[in-house]
Write a protein that binds this ligand. Structure first.
Ligand code: CO8
Length: 381
């Protein structure tokens, strides 16, 4: 466990949220999977009958909403996902001279964050991109966005699955507190849809695409009307195989299909639920205690957005009967699980209403396992 006590005076001065234009309801998604399954079962009737193949089970919109709280999700392109002949998005390859899709998404969120923080690219000297998947290994997506914005400084990518946003915010805090950067643009473009197996009823509904971004800087340089001062950060990882993707560039050398069985996102959802909820609640409780507070002092919890039942359980463990949707807002009903971006979306959409002096915690939990959190206080600037 690493607990980092940074000097005070570092703030998140603005965040940006870019939402893709296409939305897919549970009903649309289920219709596509069920048409696919019906055709698969019809075409393979003999093999299914002889036990050589298993029939594809049907999905249900009621199950999805009850089991997860998800009603809809945004994706960069819905067309191919809903085509039973395709069952994956269609995202045409771009020329090297064009911005790649993930950089384009990140750039849109970054511009919104800069505007909110009242900052220009010349005020920034470091860019960190954190995401569950990166569209390519190099050159870094962060350097591509740095170039597009004309930022002078350094940039790098990092991946810690669902905790990529909180961990990248923590790296920004480290950089500003050590003086290696004066203002850091943290960008989390989650392009999840290409890694979803839309033919698998257990996981076809879970993810959505989105991009968020944040500006981290010293309070004395902040030009926004108000900001959120970082009171403390906390990170923890424990190895687990319960959420895994084996998609790898080594598939070619291993003579295996890079998109074969188990190569896309897969999880043991029940186990994740059971193991991660108590870990996250203990992590958060101990963090606020280390900062001389109790959960009752926290006005808002911007929790990771994977499953509504998970969030309600954690909120109940932290706040008891005082747990409410107002204090632990939900965005996964509209956005689904956006991997690392969920808690930052919740922060972006549900923090402006709080007065100066309010306290809140951004927290992610997921694959790794990984848990990352930042305790914040709203300050006048
Ligand atoms: N329609 C109808 N029935 C279904 C469906 C469906 N779509 N899906 C499953 N069922 C069936 C199952 O087959 C099962 O049937 P049976 O009992 O006959 O075997 C029954 O319903 C119950 O299934 P589950 O036990 O799986 O259902 P749960 O109640 O556990 O709900 C959830 C499943 C929603 C997945 C739940 O377990 C959950 O949300 N767990 C938490 C998971 C979580 O938080 N994971 C974090 C992952 S995200 C992350 O870390 C980032 C990874 C990187 C990002 C990747 C981007 C692509």
């Amino acid at each position: 466990m690493s607990e980092y006590k940074m000097p005070r005076g570092i703030v998140i001065s603005g965040t940006g949220l870019w939402t893709p234009p296409d939305a897919i309801s549970n009903e649309e998604l289920v219709q596509a999977l069920n048409s696919y399954a019906e055709k698969y079962n019809r075409e393979n009737a003999d093999a299914i009958e002889s036990g050589e193949l298993q029939a594809k089970p049907f999905s249900s919109a009621e199950f999805i909403e009850k089991a997860s709280g998800i009603k809809s999700r945004f994706v960069v392109s819905k067309e191919g996902i809903l085509d039973p002949e395709r069952m994956r998005p269609y995202l045409p390859e771009r020329a090297d001279e064009e911005l790649c899709l993930q950089a384009e998404m990140g750039l849109k969120a970054a511009k919104l964050a800069l505007e909110k923080a009242n900052k220009k690219p010349e005020d920034i000297d470091a860019v960190i991109v954190g995401a569950s998947y990166l569209q390519r290994s190099y050159p870094a997506i962060a350097i591509e966005i740095q170039g597009a914005l004309g930022i002078d400084g350094f940039a790098f990518d990092m991946e810690v699955a669902c905790s990529s946003a909180t961990f990248s915010l923590q790296r920004a805090v480290d950089a500003v507190s050590s003086g290696s950067a004066k203002a850091v643009l943290v960008i989390n473009p989650e392009l999840a849809s290409p890694q979803v197996d839309y033919t698998d009823r257990d996981s076809h509904f879970i993810f959505g695409d989105v991009a968020v971004a944040s500006v981290v800087e010293r309070k004395e340089n902040c030009n926004a009307d108000s900001a959120w001062e970082i009171l403390g950060t906390k990170a923890k990882t424990v190895f687990s195989n319960n959420i895994r993707s084996n998609f790898s560039y080594t598939a070619r050398a291993a003579d295996v299909d890079p998109f074969g069985e188990g190569k896309l996102f897969r999880q043991n959802g029940r186990k994740v639920f059971k193991e991660v909820c108590p870990m996250a609640a203990e992590h958060l409780e101990s963090q606020v205690q280390e900062l001389g507070m109790t959960p009752a002092n926290i006005d808002r919890w911007w929790l990771h957005q994977a499953n509504i039942n998970m969030n309600q359980l954690i909120a109940k463990k932290l706040m008891g009967d005082d747990a409410s949707i107002e204090r632990a807002p939900i965005v996964l009903d509209r956005y689904a699980n956006t991997a690392c971006a969920g808690s930052v979306i919740a922060f972006n959409l549900h923090s402006d209403d709080l007065p100066v002096g309010s306290k809140g915690v951004i927290c992610s939990f997921g694959a790794g396992y990984s848990i990352g959190s930042l305790a914040l206080e709203k300050v006048a600037v």
